[in-house]
Design a protein around this ligand. Structure first.
Ligand SMILES: [Zn+2]
Length: 444
């Protein structure tokens, strides 16, 4: 039932004690190995970190700080100041997707790779992958977190792992058919796109391919019932499971179990997670309904460590006990702290707009929509927020635009300007289809 029974069923309080027992020696490791961390931790005595409350003494680390620390790199230290081992000990590099600014690169030692293999396998095992599965792993870009690290994790479970990599969509679908894959691992938007293209590419209804399990992540979406149902229907699949991880910390960390009511934390053995209030920066309790930002410490990583990393991922705790017996909290990601939009005085996340629109109008839509900004830094909107929404041609009807705008206004207290567009207007990518785009003539 479990990949790692001991950790997956240990009471959450004991897990926190386990983390606290690991931290002092890790802090010493960083102080001794890294001038960057030695400076950041100079006022902290490692032995004084005894309670979760003591963690507040350790400063948060942000993506921008990591990016700056890496800017100063050379042949000797290609990963800049965040590299704390010799280059000869680094065997692999992954990068964040770099949707905003220069990507940050992270290294892995041989031991780090072993940790990924075990930890991420735990995530896929929770998401239902077993030895007898034939898994299509569709990420095309080995450098990204969801590339080689996912491949090795699925292979570690012993499933027959099929990685078509950078093949065209048609060739990928052909591979899935020829090899009788029953599991598809893909980002939400790419998975929808594969199903859309199947009839044209193979002359086959995707529901006839024998796909039983859909696993997806990499972007919010699978937490929304309408999108889950759309994917399930598109492939006639039995299960839809969400997974989540970060290149910055660990490519896979959260996985959804058979209860299908949120993602469990699956890498307790290697990563510490905290829940905080983004504004007060105080800890929040792991209780059902609480919304907060995830903070990660990867206390096992050798090459490019992460200490109290602010993920900017906002999550809602969906439950703290589960019929599957796992003891870690279940969450859904509800948006990115840095995706926040402000309409007049109201705060709203693009994912909330998508949630509402899909919930009420799913049968008229392809599932793709995008908030349109005038420039990359735009947060405030004084006029209705422009949103491109793809409409299925057979469902065009009068007043749909007005109906959508009204439901959003009534539900979220914000105004949108719904721009109804034909299918495939919003650009699909193999990795992520962002919920926000910048108007082209203003794109810097
Ligand atoms: Zn569960």
């Amino acid at each position: 039932m479990y990949w790692n029974k001991e950790f997956e069923t240990m009471p959450w309080q004991e897990i926190q004690n386990y983390w606290l027992s690991k931290l002092p020696s890790y802090l010493e490791y960083l102080k001794n190995k890294s001038p960057f961390y030695e400076k950041r931790l100079s006022s902290i005595a490692s032995k004084d970190i005894k309670t979760m409350d003591d963690l507040k003494k350790i400063p948060f680390l942000t993506k921008n700080e990591l990016r700056d620390a890496q800017a100063d790199s050379d042949r000797k230290n290609p990963l800049g100041k965040i590299q704390v081992v010799d280059t000869e000990d680094i065997v692999q590099v992954i990068s964040s997707s770099g949707t905003s600014g220069r990507p940050v690169y992270y290294g892995a030692t041989q031991k780090d790779v072993e940790v990924w293999r075990d930890a991420i396998a735990n995530v896929y095992y929770t998401a239902g992958v077993r030895k007898d599965d034939i898994v299509a792993h569709t990420t095309g870009i080995p450098l990204f977190a969801g590339g080689a690290a996912y491949f090795e994790a699925i292979r570690n479970i012993g499933a027959m792992t099929v990685w078509p990599g950078n093949l065209s969509t048609s060739r990928m679908l052909e591979t899935i058919r020829n090899l009788h894959c029953n599991v598809i691992q893909a980002t939400v938007s790419f998975n929808l796109y594969l199903a859309e293209r199947c009839q044209d590419a193979l002359g086959v209804d995707p529901r006839e391919l024998g796909i039983t399990n859909i696993i997806g992540g990499g972007e919010p979406g699978l937490g929304e019932e309408a999108i889950r149902q759309k994917l399930k229907d598109a492939w006639n699949a039995k299960t839809v499971r969400e997974i989540m991880g970060l290149a910055d910390v660990m490519p896979g960390m959260w996985g959804e179990c058979e209860a299908e009511t949120g993602m469990h934390f699956n890498v307790q053995k290697y990563v510490m997670v905290e829940l905080i209030d983004s504004e007060s920066e105080e800890h929040l309790p792991w209780e059902t309904g609480v919304v907060g930002e995830l903070i990660y410490t990867n206390f096992s990583r050798e090459a490019t460590p992460i200490l109290r990393y602010r993920s900017a991922d906002l999550v809602r705790v969906e439950g703290i006990s589960c019929s599957c017996g796992r003891t870690s909290p279940k969450i859904r990601c509800i948006g990115r702290a840095d995706d926040l939009l402000i309409f007049k005085a109201m705060n709203v996340y693009p994912s909330a707009i998508r949630d509402v629109v899909l919930k009420h109008f799913e049968k008229y839509l392809t599932g793709q929509l995008q908030v349109v900004k005038d420039h990359p830094e735009q947060v405030r909107f004084d006029n209705a927020i422009p949103v491109d929404i793809e409409i299925l041609p057979e469902h065009e009807q009068a007043n749909l635009k007005q109906q959508i705008e009204k439901v959003v206004r009534d539900t979220l207290n914000i105004r949108i300007d719904a721009n109804l567009v034909p299918p495939n207007t919003i650009q699909r990518t193999q990795y992520k289809s962002p919920l926000i785009r910048v108007r082209e003539n203003n794109n810097k």
